[in-house]
Design a protein around this ligand. Structure first.
Ligand code: ADE
Length: 352
């Protein structure tokens, strides 16, 4: 049998009926959207066995979406205490309040609206829509990517956006009309118990006879997961200084990042250290700095190999530039548009 030509969902659904896990958020069929939502958010960075007692206690405190919406943030955070990643709880609380206010407490039944809620991404939206509302929506997380990479012998990086899109399309093809929610839950359980990361238990898998990786003996090699290099974040202090109606600008060196483009005076560092360094730079040129104000703004700029996190201050500068004169200019605001600005510095022209 060629897996690409096969509708194999019945094999998975039969296995799920016999081996699916009994979990507290699976206490009704169809599932309660509020319960799916809470459990999925709790399960995002946390294992099922850790989540169980928190989930039970949560449902005692906030049995319905309305109870959660009416709760204080302190109460919500107290219930979350110990689960970590507290923004999950804050976002969930806010999103539930939005559902209460905007949709009369009814979790939306379409992807656009449900995904516009804070903290609800592709996966959680797919889970809510399929499990609670029987919609044919994929819910693709790391488990699903791994299962499909093995089933279809996908050697490309499953962490790339393109591959996630392709696998989502493969899931979509398989989603059964009748029980899309069970299909998604079955994938969760298969990924947690059988098609596990290191040593998959192929002998227990309902799909092993179709699985290309299994046939080729590659189940241990797949999936391929190549994480994007995490690049450094550099803190940059920008001290834009004026003299009368003119602002000081600097042409960057002819080589390197943003070569020969213009910027406001900038140094590495943040807070007091950053400001001290910026003052030293300007004083080194022959200027006296006063009346520092700010921060007047923040700009983030992502390059291929690093990110600048820039904090912008303003100040007055007295005196004359005595050093490196050719690289520095006093510029009228009206002339800002004449210069080729060094990337994010173009945005700073609107702040100073
Ligand atoms: N992992 C993520 N979501 C899950 C769910 N609803 N049940 C079991 N494991 C999960």
């Amino acid at each position: 049998m060629d897996i690409k030509e096969t509708h194999w969902s019945p094999l998975l659904l039969d296995w799920f009926a016999a081996h699916g896990r009994d979990l507290p958020w699976r206490d009704a069929s169809p599932r309660d959207p509020y319960k799916v939502w809470v459990s999925e958010i709790m399960l995002q960075q946390t294992k099922v066995e850790t989540v169980r007692p928190y989930y039970d206690s949560w449902m005692e405190h906030f049995p319905t979406l309305r109870d959660l919406a009416a709760a204080s943030q302190d109460d919500v955070l107290r219930q979350w205490q110990g689960l970590g990643y507290y923004s999950r709880a804050r976002n969930l609380h806010q999103a539930v309040q939005e559902v209460e206010a905007k949709y009369g407490g009814h979790v939306p039944e379409n992807r656009k609206d449900v995904q516009s809620l804070k903290g609800v991404g592709d996966y959680t939206a797919g889970a809510i829509l399929s499990l609670a509302y029987g919609k044919k929506e994929a819910a693709v997380d790391g488990n699903v990517l791994r299962i499909f990479a093995r089933l279809y012998d996908i050697e490309e990086n499953i962490l790339s956006t393109a591959m996630k899109k392709e696998i989502t399309a493969l899931v979509q093809e398989q989603l059964p009309d009748k029980a899309p929610g069970s299909f998604n839950e079955a994938l969760m359980d298969l990924g947690a118990m059988v098609c596990i990361p290191k040593h998959p238990r192929c002998e227990a898998c309902p799909l092993s006879s179709l699985c290309l990786a299994h046939e080729l003996g590659k189940e241990g090699e797949l999936p391929v997961r190549i994480k994007k290099q995490k690049h450094p974040v550099e803190a940059i202090t920008v001290l834009a200084v004026s003299q009368g109606t003119k602002w000081l600008v600097h042409r960057r060196p002819p080589q390197g990042l943003l070569a020969s483009m213009w910027e406001f005076p900038s140094v590495q560092g943040k807070g007091k250290d950053g400001l001290d360094a910026a003052c030293r730079l300007l004083e080194g040129l022959g200027l006296q700095v006063s009346d520092i104000e700010g921060p007047v703004g923040e700009v983030k700029s992502v390059f291929s190999h690093k990110t600048w996190q820039m904090t912008v201050y303003t100040a007055a500068a007295a005196g004359e530039i005595l050093q490196e004169k050719e690289a520095w200019q006093w510029l009228e605001r009206a002339d800002y548009t004449r210069l080729p600005w060094a990337g994010p510095h173009g945005k700073i022209t609107a702040m100073v």
